[in-house]
Design a protein around this ligand. Structure first.
Ligand code: ADP
Length: 447
């Protein structure tokens, strides 16, 4: 087992990883920018190293500084959290070259899944159902028209290097295709330094359903069921739940089994999430994230298994603590992402939190790095906490969520709490009846 883990992240996820390390008796080092000197993860860690000024590229993305911090403190492993360097293959390779363990998959697996065209090809080879579309990159208009006609309109043009919901263009008819292809490719080149784009069928009313998987790196793969993340705004997840209100046990076992086998065949190591769009009973792979997800706590709530413990165990060579048959699903969980944003316009609302009071009681978990008197710096994303609620079934979970939202107090800044108070009283949400466009339509109506 590791002696000392360096946490290369900030905010709630840095604290989340720190808690797991403490439970396992592992020493912790955190790195931070000058803007985060007062952050909770810095206060609670055994050691901390300031690695640079506020901009992420000079601190949380600065590989040299982070490797230097490992050497100075004698850390033998790095947990990257999510975002920042968590899906940076070069970072994983550099750590390996320094004999420091990257708590995540190999650089090669990160590289394959980071290139969406390669990822889709690999998924198909492993027997995972994919969205119908081009086999690889599409450069030429003629070819694009041929493929689009074959799969049928509408189609979506996506950047191979895309991420964070950026670099996608929909073409409803052949008349839109030429411009869509051109703008998608130009935008991808400017945003990601790679102008490769591909075409796939645009699904009209899908749900976003993702499967949590784990590999032990030695040919064993398991799944931890699915999460439904259909409630999105600008392709950003807002509310996540497990299990999905749309799946039955048979569908869950089928797609879970396919994913676990793929992970085993790939020889994958650590946590991963295989994302699908789901429509009319069919699953369509869109991408795989090779890291821990923001929404992992809903899976922890219904399985009772600490996924960060598992990540650390697997990375240290100790293997998974569970076999597939040990993973049981119990009840229902919902996560609300509490952002420091105006609940109507979603403009960021940094500033000082004058009062912070979190709900408690049975089935309630709050993962947050903030506290009363904390000043939110304007440099990073606006997630200030996550409320995760668990109940024996979805109805109980929703009742408990409504109560927890009423108790939650964040004064001094604007947050998205009022949005969740509205959603929890909505009939479609109560019925679990929503797709990936539902939230944007709802917000447009409310304006
Ligand atoms: P990113 O890596 O940028 O998040 P994804 O491929 O995961 O990109 O897609 C993000 C979101 O875009 C999906 O959750 C879905 O809302 C939408 N999307 C992507 N592909 C399609 C498609 N073929 N049809 C309809 N919507 C899509």
């Amino acid at each position: 087992m590791f002696q000392k883990i360096l946490i290369a992240n900030r905010g709630e996820i840095a604290l989340r990883v720190l808690r797991a390390c403490k439970e396992l008796g592992i020493q912790t080092v955190v790195v931070h920018s000058t803007a985060d000197a007062d952050a909770m993860h810095v206060r609670l860690a055994d050691e901390s190293v300031c690695i640079g000024p506020p901009p992420s590229r000079d601190s949380y993305l600065n590989i040299h500084q982070i490797v230097a911090a490992c050497e100075i403190t004698g850390a033998d492993a790095v947990h990257p959290g999510y975002g920042f360097l968590s899906e940076n293959a070069k970072f994983a390779d550099i750590l390996a070259a320094h004999n420091i363990t990257f708590i995540g998959p190999s650089g090669d697996h990160i590289r394959i899944m980071g290139d969406k065209i390669e990822a889709k090809r690999t998924a198909k080879r492993l027997g995972i159902p994919v969205v119908p579309g081009s086999d690889g990159a599409v450069t030429d208009q003629k070819e694009a028209k041929r493929i689009a006609a074959e799969i049928g309109y509408p189609v979506i043009i996506k950047a191979s290097a895309g991420g964070g919901g950026r670099g996608m263009k929909v073409a409803l008819t052949e008349a839109d295709l030429e411009i869509a292809l051109q703008t998608a490719s130009t935008e991808a080149g400017a945003a990601f330094g790679d102008d490769a784009v591909y075409i796939e069928k645009y699904l009209q009313k899908p749900r976003h359903i993702e499967v949590q998987v784990f590999g032990d790196g030695a040919g064993r793969g398991v799944h931890f069921g699915e999460r439904d993340c259909s409630l999105q705004r600008r392709h950003q997840k807002v509310w996540e739940e497990a299990p999905s209100p749309a799946l039955n046990a048979e569908e869950r076992a089928r797609i879970g089994g396919i994913c676990a086998k793929a992970i085993a065949d790939l020889g994958y190591s650590g946590a991963g999430t295989i994302e699908f769009l789901y429509e009319n009973g069919e699953f369509y792979f869109i991408e795989m994230n090779t890291r821990l997800q923001v929404e992992h706590p809903v899976t922890e709530a219904i399985t009772g298994i600490d996924l960060v413990h598992e990540q650390i165990r697997v990375a240290s060579g100790g293997g998974l603590s569970v076999r597939q048959e040990d993973i049981k699903f119990n009840g229902h969980a919902i996560e609300c992402r509490i952002n420091a944003e105006d609940p109507r316009t979603f403009t960021p609302s940094p500033g000082t939190i004058t009062h912070f009071h979190t709900p408690g009681g049975l089935g309630i978990r709050v993962d947050s790095g903030v506290y009363s008197g904390y000043k939110i710096p304007p440099y990073y994303d606006s997630l200030i906490g996550k409320l995760i609620v668990h109940g024996r079934n979805r109805v109980e979970c929703m009742m408990r969520l409504r109560r927890a939202l009423d108790e939650f107090v964040v004064d001094g800044i604007k947050t998205t709490l009022p949005l969740f108070r509205d959603l929890v009283g909505n009939a479609d949400i109560a019925n679990g009846d929503y797709d990936i466009h539902w939230l944007e339509k709802y917000l447009a109506k409310e304006e």
